[in-house]
Ligand binder design. Sequence first.
Ligand SMILES: Nc1ncnc2c1ncn2[C@@H]1O[C@H](COP(=O)(O)OP(=O)(O)OP(=O)(O)O)[C@@H](O)[C@H]1O
Length: 633
Amino acid sequence: MAKRVSIMDSHGVNKKPSPSRVRVAVRLRPYMEKGEDKVCVRGLDSQSLEIVNWRNQLETMQYQFDAFYGDKATQREIYTGSVYPILPHLLVGQNASVFAYGPTGAGKTHTMLGNPNQPGVIPRAVRDLLQMTRTNDNPDEEQWSYSITMSYVEIYQEKVMDLLEPKNKDLPIREDKDHNILISGVTQKTITTFSDFDEHFIPASQNRTVACTKLNDRSSRSHAVLLIKVQKNQQVPPFRQLTGKLYLIDLAGSEDNRRTGNQGIRLKESGAINSSLFTLSKVVDALNQGLPRIPYRDSKLTRLLQDSLGGSAHSVMITNIAPEQKYYFDTLTALNFAAKSKQIINKPFSQETTQAPAVQPTMKRPRDDLENSAPSQHFKKTKTESTEESPNMSKDTKKKNLQLSSLDPAVVERLLKLDKILTERGKMEMQLLNTPKRERMALLKKLEESQLEIERLKEKQKELEEKSLAAEAHFERSSNSDFELSNSSVSESTFRAPLRTRATSTAKTKKVLRVLPLQGLNQNTKEEGIIVVEKKTRKTHAGRENEPGWELNVRTDLLQNGREKILNLLNNGSIKELKSLQKIGDKKAKLIVGWREVNGPFKNVEDLGSMEGISAKLVASFLKANILSIVAS
Ligand SMILES: Nc1ncnc2c1ncn2[C@@H]1O[C@H](COP(=O)(O)OP(=O)(O)OP(=O)(O)O)[C@@H](O)[C@H]1O
């Protein structure tokens, strides 16, 4: 009778292995756009890449991974670099998983499956496993025999469907007493040769749910999960048995439904896809951060992978991305999910490529040029600092750089920033860097005036804050009252935050807060950022007078500016930065990061309300608290 050996025991070491991290590789697919579209991402070296920073085109965001494969990388390179090394673990009873993640149309199926001329990870891994279990160089291995089985399922709308036997629908996932995860009733086929595999796999692949979306003619609408079980049986006592599982997964694409044009059933599918990918992102994140609780049970996909993702298993995530600008936000989302580190670098992406004529053609047909140079070489070309001359630079570029280099660096920085603002607003026909000196000086002057104005407002605000704090302290001492924010709508042009008394002395109508120095402010002036006004006493329906107090009125443009800052932080802030926002703790910060990874950037701050557990009321009070603190800073 064969004796089953637990995963922990498989090396004969009876102690809990340290949980392994999910290794992350990123693969950039070749440029495929038929029309003209810019390239927004490019490789730097074998581990990192850079992407335009959409918030500030004077910066790029650089990401680092365990491996980066550029658009010229072959199927073999990806396989030998990131997948082949994990296969030997299966032969000693350990589990492994390889999954392709990324936006729809970015090349996941190509990476996992490929085509007859360019076979992907799946056929290569199966072939090599079959080969490994046949050749036995080690004499100790002679007493062991191997058998390999395959199962193939898809997870479609949170249901596990058997692709080898399509009538097996919605199979349950169970856990045995040794914490092995099983799919109850799933078909298992024994394979001894590659043609056995082909015979089962090819017809089963036809059963997979695919559909045409705006972004991909054959978009995978489910997660396809191929399970290869390698069983090793000892032929002599004590007849041990080791089982190693390999999951090879072609995930459904992460989708932004604003771009896929999905409706009806496609939209429903997409909801299930995005929510299970979100859970997968939480699991990977929790594993890589070493968190004590891993939310495997939150989706079928992660529940299935529970014993093969993290723990003693060896996991590789291949994140597929597309270079075209139209995929920008999808790419960013995928990168943020995959990245173990991100750095913002002060170096324009688009500007450099447009300034260097030698590189310019890559903006149109990167495949033509990029493929002839390694990503790192390509980067070296474009890395040239904007003040550095290259022989290929046009006269205009040289002149522009010369002009810039003669200016104070601080002024250059301001100029570039102003240039960006004006370009974005579309108020200038020509960019600032191309403008004649006189106009440039006028703009510079304007910029300095704005800076002075900001400084002045900051000073005034500081003064106001100090006074408010002093008044608050005094107020707390004398009447045990505090500040509270009202529930008035934040979308009003004027933001109101009444400073009201606690309801302890409702019978008394005495005013409890005095901010006397502010009463000298001209309430109509547009120059003040925040104005404190006395709250008008109004009769309520019940005939009682409302509580007296003070209100803060915030100028509309500052309010708008505050909103924009919050939105930017929501879309780009790290967990730490998000936590610097009022009312955002660790949990909410992580939720926000997860939400935007799955759904793309927030269009407006109110989108927060579509996150689980965040009510419209909470969004309103979040906005108030943060706008106040931004305006006051
Ligand atoms: N590295 C590559 N080299 C050549 N062609 C590629 C590469 N990656 C992807 N493609 C092609 O791009 C198209 C889209 O790729 P694929 O279907 O693999 O995307 P996907 O990420 O699986 O999309 P979905 O999530 O919608 O299923 C296909 O025609 C595929 O052949």
